[in-house]
Design a protein around this ligand. Structure first.
Ligand code: FES
Ligand code: FE2
Length: 368
């Protein structure tokens, strides 16, 4: 798992104005709430007084209120009120929580879980088709799996499993001998063209300015966003975006959005959703039974062959992010479970010191 990327926290619809919402991401506890302007905020969930769980409290006066002794924290993470203090007592400077940059998009509240300054942050994945004319986006659908998120990501980047795991969809007559791999800014893309189409048909599609090629492919953006496109014709495209929330090493919640430029009638939403959920169930059955649970950290305990190139590309990028010092040391977290409440470092840690909670342990990067 990696800090310094955008992660889905909760659905917009579940975040009301009076009750906070809890989320566990990268093995740490977070709380989300809305202020009176409806702006969402995401903070570390552990009250720095004596460890109360803020998500079990209330939202009052633009603050999340700890249910234990009533300390109040505003969206910037600063403690604004300690009820047992007299009126002119000063709030200690250490009474602050990590507060994460937030974006609300596609019906999802996302937080940037890391401490990079704004200009250096990898971007949240942009769903270009989301607001385009003649495209229809779905509401988010939550898919839960009892599996490590990297297993799910790699499954999506593997074109060969389709024929075996999804017998109804088969391989869409894709030409698997001519897979195309492209390096992206924060990811790797794989595309397979349809067998029966000649080059002229493809060129025509481009000349018409229609999005997508004709075939199917998938890509990842960062460690936890997976994009799958199926382009059956220029007017018949389905794109699935999985924003994956690594809950812990054994659980993943996927915030799934579909965009399509066919079957645009609202009454088709349910059947499109059902098809996708059924396909996901076919994957989950396989992914939850993989061994070991977490992807091996070496290439010698698997046999990687052609068709696994995109998986290899993904792992290469994960290594690069590890070298930047962004990889969470899960073994250290496991070892201290129950003894230490960790917080993912927020950008605020670069501006002030004296934080109560330990930062999440990270693997040493190349420079350390
Ligand atoms: S533990 Fe939160 S106010 Fe005491
Ligand atoms: Fe699949």
């Amino acid at each position: 798992m990696y800090i310094n990327f955008w992660y889905p926290i909760c659905e917009s619809a579940e975040l009301g104005s009076d009750a906070p919402v809890s989320a566990q991401v990268l093995g740490t506890q977070l709380v989300a709430f809305r202020d009176s302007d409806s702006a969402p905020h995401v903070l570390s969930n552990t009250c720095v007084h004596r460890g109360g769980s803020l998500s079990k409290g209330l939202v009052t006066d633009d603050c999340v209120v700890c249910p234990y002794h009533g300390w109040r924290y505003s969206g910037d993470g600063k403690c604004q009120l300690i009820p047992s203090f007299g009126d002119d007592s000063k709030i200690p400077a250490r009474a602050k929580l990590d507060s994460y940059p937030v974006q609300e998009k596609y019906g999802i509240v996302f937080a940037f879980l890391g401490d990079l300054p704004e200009g250096e942050r990898p971007p949240l994945y942009e769903i270009e088709q989301f607001n385009r004319d003649s495209w229809r986006p779905s509401a988010p659908v939550i898919i839960e799996l009892q599996a490590y998120y990297q297993r799910s990501m790699e499954n999506g980047l593997d074109p060969v499993h389709n024929e075996f795991v999804h017998p109804l969809q088969g391989n869409l007559s894709l030409n698997m001998d001519a897979l195309e791999f492209t390096d992206l800014d924060w990811g790797t893309k794989l595309y397979a063209y349809m067998d029966q189409l000649d080059k002229d048909a493809l060129e025509l599609a481009h000349l018409q300015g229609k999005p997508g090629e004709l075939g199917a492919g998938s890509s990842h953006h960062g460690p936890n966003t997976l994009i799958t496109s199926i382009d059956l014709s220029v007017d018949n495209n389905f794109t699935q975006i999985f924003f994956e929330q690594p809950v812990d090493e054994n659980h993943t919640r996927i915030f799934f959005i579909n965009v399509r430029n066919c079957m645009l009638e609202p009454d088709k939403d349910e059947s499109v959703k059902n098809i996708n959920v059924n396909i996901a169930a076919e994957d989950i059955r396989i992914i939850e039974a993989l061994s070991p649970v977490r992807t091996p950290d070496t290439t010698t305990k698997e046999i990687l062959i052609g068709g696994d190139e995109c998986v290899v590309g993904y792992r290469k990028l994960l290594k690069e992010w590890e070298q930047r010092g962004w990889r969470v040391d899960m073994a250290a977290m496991r070892e201290n479970e129950g003894d230490i409440a960790y917080a993912i470092p927020s950008p605020g840690r670069r501006e002030s010191g004296n934080w109560v909670l330990d930062p999440i342990p990270l693997m040493p990067g190349a420079g350390s």
